[in-house]
Ligand binder design. Structure first.
Ligand SMILES: [Zn+2]
Length: 289
């Protein structure tokens, strides 16, 4: 099954269509989206193994959020934990638990420190669940332009993009195949997943009145403000792409649901889409089978 965007990312993308984001937030959202795209590509590489996967686990313990894990691979003998980073430029290991990017000099927690923290928390949870699998953890730099200079010579569990496929092949040879018990372990871990991303503090304040009532072209993100001549299709006035009306109405519907946590009525959808699709058309697309 394809990895889903987190609720936080879905919410930010929906907001970004209808309100102004400052440069920092705009950059952050694009960075999240890029990270998601790279995670999907990495998933595809891992799919060829005979093992079970958990993609994006927000691990909780007794209802308390512990840590976000990008990818877990459950084999018959080991649980492989992966922290993925889609940094698009090289960085330097500062030897103090941080890395620094040459462009801009921004400092971030070292991916290996994050892995260590996630590893420790996962082991704690496994103990509580009586899962006897040993954990092996890795940081993956999934963007082809990223490399970390000045790493200690003994670093074995940080892989750059070009090493990932070889690593997967090695694991496929080494690891035991999952058993029916592995499936039980997977379900136990999934039961602890809770998407807490909606409480994230980077989401700007918003309400219905503050947001623009528009639809945008899925291809070029240009605003579409003309009433379509056909019931099924229209041409984007900006990029001239052919747009299927039902698709953008459904997208606007999903945005409304994620932003306001409720399903809009046809009348609300008419307003939400900027009044360019008739209520009857919206009714047909969304509410009739
Ligand atoms: Zn367009």
């Amino acid at each position: 099954m394809k990895r889903e965007r987190s609720n936080l990312l879905k919410l930010l993308l929906a907001l970004n269509k209808r309100m102004y984001f400052d440069d920092a937030l705009f950059w952050e959202v694009n960075h999240y989206e890029l990270g998601y795209q790279y995670e999907c590509s990495t998933d595809e590489l891992f799919e060829k193994g005979d093992w079970l996967m958990i993609k994006g686990l927000s691990l909780t313990d007794k209802g308390k959020f512990l840590v976000q894990m990008d990818l877990l691979v459950l084999t018959g003998d080991k649980l492989l934990l992966y922290e993925e980073k889609a940094y698009s430029q090289p960085a330097n290991d500062c030897q103090d638990g941080t890395i620094e990017f040459s462009a801009g000099g921004k400092r971030y927690t070292h991916p290996l420190e994050q892995v260590k923290d996630a590893h420790r928390k996962l082991e704690h949870v496994l103990k509580g669940l009586d899962i006897p699998l040993e954990v092996e953890s890795y940081a993956l730099l999934t963007h082809p332009n990223c490399y970390i200079y000045n790493l200690p010579a003994w670093t074995k569990n940080l892989l750059i993009q070009s090493q990932i496929e070889k690593h997967i092949d090695e694991q496929m040879k080494k690891r035991q195949t999952p058993t029916s018990l592995t499936k039980v372990y997977q379900e136990k871990l999934l039961a602890l997943h809770h998407d807490i991303s909606e409480y994230n503090s980077i989401v700007p304040e918003y309400n219905y009145n503050k947001l623009q009532k528009i639809v945008k072209c899925p291809q070029c993100f240009g605003v579409i403000d003309q009433i379509p001549k056909s019931k099924q299709h229209m041409t984007c006035p900006w990029c001239k792409d052919k747009i299927i009306i039902a698709n953008i109405v459904r997208m606007a519907f999903d945005d409304y649901k994620i932003l306001f946590n409720q399903k809009p009525t046809a009348a609300e959808m008419y307003h939400w889409c900027g009044g360019i699709f008739s209520k009857i058309r919206i009714q047909k697309i969304l509410y009739e089978k």
